[in-house]
Write a protein that binds this ligand. Structure first.
Ligand code: NDP
Ligand code: GDR
Length: 367
């Protein structure tokens, strides 16, 4: 029987990969997208189907996690077998500037969907996936972090997600809803948002290489993360909803790299040789690119505006439970991830280079 899934956050990185994955599995996929003054469906344009086509298997609905009536109506219309709650204000640094909105969308937004399931009497029909995060561990109490590691959130984003995590557990226990938390560690891809550090690096270095940008400004170069490929993590989200019992799982690669390692690996992929000046997060560090220019020049600077009031210094996950119970292992290693991101950003930088060569403006926006 054909299954129906509803994805909130379908226009985001994970939403796009998950929609593609579920469509390949034969699902009818519904997605919630926000109204925006510009088209915001770039990441799913290759899956898009004209609304005038009668038998569509990808259907988009306008909506917002801060609008309960909209969520209830959409869920009532769709009657989904599975809901994947991926929508969130997902940028940790921005959450310090918009803490109330973040709490509303990321915390209470989760409750709104769970309540909609209850109000509509779908507790036995609809399975629920919550996009939880390694940021819950924050000031990590043990390394590597697993399902039983205590939480210590370090940002308004992480605190909002903590509420989302526990309300999911609570609705599972209180009302018997099949509801799971995937505690996912950082996962990246060529369609990662441009202001997350990995994409910011691959995008900037490729543009610097082609002379489209002068300098990349970064914050804490010593932060360490467990970076995986987003594509590898999507099957897990689905698998979690196909088990007999709803449970929570950590998804991670188990390897850790610093922001500095990421920069070095991306530069190597581009054949750029970097010389580092300065150490640590409190100094103004500068890098010199000694390959492309006749004289060496500074191409990366540390800018304290990218430091966070409270930082998560290091995270590394232990996904043994997912491996043992769900048979999951990540397919892409760190080097392959960086290489793919660099390759894709180089292609788009080359397109911009061509545009510039023909006399049109190419603009850069530093957040
Ligand atoms: P993105 O930021 O790429 O996508 C977020 C999505 O949520 C976008 O579609 C965005 O819409 C939508 N959205 C934001 N606010 C609202 C709102 N109020 N109502 C409805 N939709 C909204 O995030 P990712 O794809 O990377 O992450 C997916 C989820 O997984 C998020 O919940 C994130 O917090 C979580 N997560 C991500 C990890 C990662 O490393 N990527 C790791 C662990 C958890 P729009 O396109 O209009 O902005
Ligand atoms: P994170 O990802 O906060 O882990 O959240 P991000 O890429 O933003 O930061 C990772 C680390 O890099 C440091 N950093 C910088 N970060 C950004 N964005 N920009 C910079 O210039 C910069 N310089 C250094 C940060 O301080 C941090 O330590 C991501 C999001 O996808 C969340 O939604 C998700 O829950 C977690 O991953 C797991």
């Amino acid at each position: 029987m054909t299954k129906t899934a509803l994805i909130s956050g379908i226009t985001g990185q994970d939403g796009a990969y998950l929609a593609e994955f579920l469509l390949k599995k034969g699902y009818i996929v519904h997605g919630i997208k926000r109204r925006s003054s510009l088209f915001n469906t770039d990441r799913i344009d290759h899956l898009y189907q004209d609304p005038h086509v009668p038998q569509r298997n990808l259907i988009l609905h306008y909506g917002d996690l801060i609008d309960s009536t909209n969520l209830i109506r959409t869920i009532q219309q769709v009657q989904p077998d599975e809901i994947y709650n991926l929508a969130a204000m997902s940028h940790v640094a921005v959450s310090f500037e918009t803490p109330e909105y973040t709490a509303n969308a990321d915390g209470i937004g989760t409750l709104r969907i769970l309540e909609a399931i209850r109000i509509l009497g779908l507790e036995k029909k609809t399975r629920f996936y919550q996009a939880s995060t390694s940021e819950l561990y924050g000031l990590a109490q043990e390394t590597p972090q697993k399902e039983t590691t205590p939480f210590y959130p370090r940002s308004p984003y992480a605190v909002a997600k903590l509420y989302g995590y526990w309300i999911t557990v609570n609705y599972r226990e209180a009302y018997g809803i099949y509801a799971c938390n995937g505690i996912l560690f950082n996962h990246e891809s060529p369609i990662r948002g441009e202001t997350f550090v990995t994409r910011k690096i691959t995008r900037a270095l490729t543009r610097i290489k082609l002379g489209l940008q002068d300098c990349l400004y970064l914050g804490n170069l010593d932060a360490k993360r467990d970076w995986g490929h987003a594509r590898d993590y999507m099957e897990m989200q689905w698998l979690m909803l196909q088990q007999e019992q709803a449970e929570d799982y950590v998804i991670a690669t188990g390897t850790q790299h610093s922001v500095r390692d990421f920069v070095n690996t991306a530069a190597e992929e581009l054949g750029m040789r970097l010389r580092w000046h300065g150490q640590g997060i409190n100094e103004v560090g500068a890098l010199e690119e000694v390959h492309a220019a006749p004289e060496s020049r500074i191409i990366i600077r540390v800018d304290s505006r990218y430091f966070r009031p409270t930082e998560v210094q290091a995270l590394c996950g232990d996904a043994s439970k997912a491996r043992e119970k769900l048979g999951w292992v990540p397919k892409t290693n760190f080097r392959e991830l960086v290489s793919e991101m660099v390759r894709e950003d180089l292609k788009s930088a080359e397109r911009d280079e061509l545009v510039k060569k023909h006399g049109f403006g190419v603009y850069d926006y530093h957040e």
